[in-house]
Structure formats: C-alpha cells, structure tokens
Design a protein around this ligand. Structure first.
Ligand SMILES: Cc1cc2nc3c(=O)[nH]c(=O)nc-3n(C[C@H](O)[C@H](O)[C@H](O)COP(=O)(O)OP(=O)(O)OC[C@H]3O[C@@H](n4cnc5c(N)ncnc54)[C@H](O)[C@@H]3O)c2cc1C
Length: 380
C-alpha cells in the first residue's frame, strides 16, 4: 500500500475540502443541535471513496496509506468533529478489524459494502463495567449447535444505530481471562440485537452513540472473527491503529479552532486596534500553531511506522495523548480569543470546545495512553 505522492494527496484533499465546505459546513450547527447523524453525507463520502481509504482496491478501497488517511480525518475534523469521528470508527475500528483479522470469505462478504458506504461499521468493546479495563468484558458468546449465542450489552458504541454490521467482543472462556475473549461479526438486522439508549452528549452530537443490547443473539459459527480467544489481543492491535485516527481528529479540531481564532483576532478591534496586535493574543496564536504542528508530526510519525508494518502501540499512544491534550488546550485558547463571542453559538468555536474533549477519552483515556507508553518504555 503506497502513500499518495504529494500532488495526488493534495488533489484528494482539495476534493474533500470542497465537499466539506459545500455539504458539511453549512449544516454543522443544525446537526449538532438536533443530534442528527448525516447519513446522506456518508453516502456521498462513500461515493467519493472516503469510506474505504486504507483498504486495497480489490475490496473497493482506495489503497491509500495511513498517512493519507490521517490527513483526510484531519481535514474533515477541521469542519466537523462528529463526521470525522463516525468515519474514523467506521474505518479504523469496525472495517479494519474485519479486514485485518477476517478470513477471505469474511473480507469478500463485508469489505465491498463497507468501503462503498452501503453499510457503516460499528465496533463494540466497552461495557458498563468494562471501560478502561476492557479485559473485564461480561458479554458472553456460547456455542450452541451451528450458532454462537451472544448475551450482554455494549456501551457508548459509535455508529450503533446507523451501522449495518458491528464487530463485538464477548467472553467465550471465562477461565482464560483476557485470552478467553473473542471477536464476532454481528449484522445489525439480527433480531437478537437491538439499539438501546442513545446518549445525549456534550459534544460530537451529530455522531451516533448508543448502547447495543444482545438477548440470545444467534449468529452463524462462521461469524467468529479471528481465532477463538484472540479477541482482546486483536482489539488492542486495532486500537493501536484507531488511536492514530483520534490523534488526527484532535489535530483537525484544533486547526479549525485556531483558524477561526486567527481570523477573529484580525477583525475584532478593542482599544482602537485589532486584538491580534496585543502580545497576549499573539502568544496564544503562536503556541497554538506550534502545538498543532508538533501533534501533526507525532501523528505522521505513528502513521508512517504503521505503513512500514511496524507495531505502533507506543507511537500511536504518544500521538493520541499529545494531540488530544493539546487540542483541548488549543480550543480553550481559541474560545478565550473570542471573548464573550466565543461563548455563543453565532461563532463556531464553542462547538470545537465541546467536541474536542472526546479526544482525551475515546479509544482509551489520556491516563490509559500514559500506561501504554510507560509499559513500552519499561519493557525496552
Ligand atoms: C462519544 C463516545 C464514543 C465512544 N465510542 C466507542 C466505540 O465506538 N466503541 C467502544 O468500544 N467504546 C467507545 N467509547 C467508549 C470509550 O472508549 C470509553 O469511554 C473509554 O475507554 C473510558 O472508559 P469509561 O468511560 O468506562 O471510563 P473509566 O474506565 O471508568 O475511567 C474513569 C476514569 O478513571 C481513569 N482510570 C481508569 N483506569 C485507570 C488506571 N488503571 N490508571 C489510571 N487511571 C485510570 C480513566 O482514565 C478516567 O479518567 C466511546 C465513548 C464516548 C464518550
């Protein structure tokens, strides 16, 4: 899988920018207020090839690199974090898990529908009692004749009510602890699975976050994904890739907020001059621009290592930790530069400020990223 050369990448990003300006930006606040998931925009993103970026062309993907994909997530997040989050969960979590650990038959059955956007993917590891400690999964999968029977529920699942298929983790051998967790492909029209509570969120409100409840959910034996007992370990590998997309998401939100603040600082006048002439404001802008560049470099480093086939737990955790914490800081500064106007919905910055917080929580909190980084440092 090659990285697009820079002129190709720029052309792809230009197409995406035009799409975001025409089809996303005008609706951002309305979708946020209504908590509306823009399924139609995703259909168009699929037609343009943005829902299968990192998968080979033979499965309907675009065959781009992780670096290209990170640039794509950043570009979308610059306009709307919710759309970028849904795309990242679809690509890096659900679709990647099927592509990376699926059999050829599973790939052929699902990847073309996912890369085209006909179906969206969800991915469920988290449960009420198993958040950071995902090894504490309670959902069970029991083999009965020619079926697996799943019982339990998954919390906070992105795309849950809009996806066609989900990858879900369940315990197949309680005695084996983390090595007794397996992954399954569950089609979401199965009568044994239903969408439960839809979360009413601080930010990322146009992304869909719901509980998935399984009650005697029967699926074919062939829907085991990867080897029995490998579900936890494989999930951690999937999160290593996913965290690169959350880092890119954070960079994009920070950039959107920074660009809004820079424009505002040039226009807003107090004490007879534009506020960008005050050194305090200049320092904020300088720090934000430097932080954003540093986070993007860490994200690109992790993405390049992944493209080179290296294991990336430390690099992706470092990128996610730094990018998400800096993005929270950057959005706070961007709002401060707007003064009272940052606090009202006539300006985009209050939404960046709400959306960005998810980046320090989803796919492992900042504290968990530090544990991953420290584990790697201490085992070297
Ligand atoms: C909008 C949204 C979308 C999401 N999408 C998905 C999804 O698609 N699929 C999915 O599976 N999950 C998803 N999640 C879940 C997310 O990954 C979890 O919320 C996250 O991993 C934290 O788990 P928790 O919320 O249970 O917090 P907890 O684990 O209860 O953590 C609470 C606090 O304790 C800290 N903490 C916990 N353990 C330790 C420790 N050992 N050392 C130090 N500090 C610790 C945490 O860092 C945190 O500050 C989503 C969450 C949100 C909010």
């Amino acid at each position: 899988m090659g990285s697009a050369v820079s002129s190709e990448r720029e052309a792809i990003l230009e197409t995406l920018r035009q799409f975001c300006e025409a089809e996303i930006r005008p609706h951002v606040l309305e979708w946020d207020e209504r908590q509306h998931f823009p399924r139609e925009a995703f259909r168009k993103l699929g037609e343009l090839g943005f829902l299968g970026t990192i998968f080979p062309e033979e499965y309907g993907g675009a065959g781009l690199s992780t670096r290209d994909y990170a640039a794509i997530v950043e570009e979308i997040a610059r306009v709307d974090g919710s759309v970028a989050l849904a795309l990242a969960a679809h690509t890096s979590l659900g679709s990647s898990h099927i592509f990376r650990f699926g059999t050829e038959a599973q790939r052929r059955a699902y990847m073309p529908r996912l890369t085209s956007g006909e179906w969206l993917a969800a991915w469920g590891l988290t449960e009420a009692e198993a958040g950071s400690d995902s090894g504490g999964t309670k959902t069970t999968a029991v083999r009965e004749g020619d079926r697996w029977v799943l019982n339990g529920s998954k919390n906070f699942i992105t795309n849950a009510s809009v996806a066609g298929v989900a990858v879900l983790m369940a315990v197949t051998d309680r005695a084996a602890g983390r090595h007794g967790i397996s992954s399954f492909i569950v089609e979401l029209d199965n009568p044994g699975i239903r969408v439960g509570k839809k979360e009413n969120k601080l930010g990322m409100r146009a992304s869909d976050t719901c509980t998935l409840v399984m009650e005697d959910c029967r699926i074919p034996l062939s829907h085991l994904l990867g080897r029995e007992g490998d579900g936890f370990v494989n999930s951690m590998k999937i999160l290593d890739g996913g965290r690169i997309s959350i880092a890119a998401l954070a960079v994009g939100i920070a950039r959107g907020a920074y660009e809004a603040a820079l424009a505002y600082a040039r226009e807003r006048r107090q004490f007879g001059r534009p506020i960008c002439e005050f050194e305090a404001i200049q320092f904020y802008l300088a720090e934000m621009a430097t932080d954003i560049d540093a986070a993007r470099l860490l994200t690109e480093r992790a993405a390049a290592a992944k493209d080179a086939g290296e294991a990336v737990p430390r690099l992706s955790a470092q990128a996610k930790l730094f990018a998400s914490e800096m993005a929270v800081r950057a959005c706070d500064r961007a709002l401060q530069i707007h003064g009272g106007y940052g606090f009202i919905k006539d300006f985009p910055v209050e939404k960046y400020y709400r959306d960005v917080k998810l980046c320090t929580i989803g796919e492992g909190t900042s504290e968990i990223q530090k544990l991953v980084i420290a584990k790697s440092l201490l085992s070297d």
